[in-house]
Design a protein around this ligand. Structure first.
Ligand code: CP
Ligand code: NVA
Length: 310
């Protein structure tokens, strides 16, 4: 029922896909969303562990539903409630869990923890967010852009805010799909240098462009899509709401958007800190795509699971 398979059974980051493979995944997601999964049950008689070491609403619930839609049984495991929370290693946890389950979806802190889990467990591992990247989010983001704009190549995608995990996956996806990506952050909050280098290589291969800068007005000028995320991410040790001063001028509000394209679409992975990185007027306004974007987490993950397990 899926037309494509993934090269690797793990999905740890978008560095594991080339542009064509990402397009194939998005095509599957669009098709499965339109047609429904009907009798497609690649997870029948399979148990999938969903291990969360950080809070989650969208990722947790959309994976639980996606696994169930494909005939499988999701087991949500909260890190602090496992022996993991009392010091058992991620490696030993991965070895043991993979004796019970057929796949693991993992949200954790350092990306090395995810890599360790994948190396230790003998079952497919999917990244449900690390400090470095959030690839399942970017799948839903690109799916939403395709629905709203009909294509991705040549569009100007402007990210404004912290150069964080969500920004990293968005940069990777956008440059894999031929987009013109700008990333505007305060100084000291720029994206990871290794990911920037990787995206520059994508630009050579896929005809995309990427510009980094510190001026959000310049970054969003003429943008087809403006994207933001919280200024303080989970696991940074900082209090949410503590970053205001550094991010002055980086709020996505009507004034900033006045420089974007007339039919700009506004995106946010959620959860939003309304009044900080985005205003109520913008997130609830006619340009906002955030609720469709959140829904598309489900459709993107149905396609991803289908391509891994069928
Ligand atoms: N966007 C996202 O990953 O949301 P959750 O933290 O609620 O899963
Ligand atoms: N950058 C945010 C995304 C949450 C989905 C965080 O890591 O907290």
């Amino acid at each position: 029922m899926v037309r494509h398979k993934l090269r690797s059974s793990d999905f740890l980051g978008l560095d594991m896909l080339d542009g064509g493979e990402l397009e194939d995944l998005l095509d599957e997601a669009l098709r499965l969303k339109a047609e429904g999964v009907k009798g497609f049950r690649p997870l029948a008689h399979k148990n999938i562990g969903l291990l969360f070491e950080k809070p989650s609403t969208r990722t947790r619930v959309s994976f639980e539903v996606a696994v169930t839609m494909l005939g499988g049984h999701p087991l949500t495991l909260v890190g602090s409630e496992l022996q993991l929370g009392r010091g058992e290693s991620i490696e030993d946890t991965g070895k043991v869990l993979s004796r019970y389950v057929d796949g693991l979806v993992v949200r954790t802190f350092g990306h090395d923890r995810l890599n360790t889990m994948a190396a230790a467990s003998g079952v497919p591992v999917i990244n449900a967010l690390t400090d470095l990247c959030h690839p399942c989010q970017a799948l839903a983001d690109m799916l939403t852009i395709m629905e709203y704009k009909g294509l991705t190549g040549g569009l100007k995608l402007a990210y404004v805010g912290d150069g964080n995990n969500v920004a990293h996956s968005l940069m990777r996806a956008g440059t894999l799909l031929g987009m013109n990506v700008t990333v505007s952050t305060p100084e000291g909050h720029g994206p990871d240098a290794g990911i920037v280098e990787e995206c520059k290589e994508h630009c050579e291969t896929y005809g995309s462009t990427m510009e980094l800068g510190y001026d959000p007005a310049a970054g969003v000028r003429g943008a087809d899509i403006v994207y933001t995320d919280v200024w303080v991410s989970m696991g940074t040790g900082e209090d949410p709401g503590s970053a205001g001063e550094a991010f002055e001028g980086f709020q996505v509000n009507d004034e900033l958007l006045s420089g974007a394209s007339d039919d700009v679409m506004v995106m946010h992975c959620l959860p939003a800190h309304r009044g900080e990185e985005i205003t109520d007027e913008v997130i609830d306004g006619s340009h906002s795509a955030v609720w469709d974007q959140a829904e598309n987490r489900l459709h993107a993950q149905v396609a991803l699971l289908g391509m891994i397990f069928s």
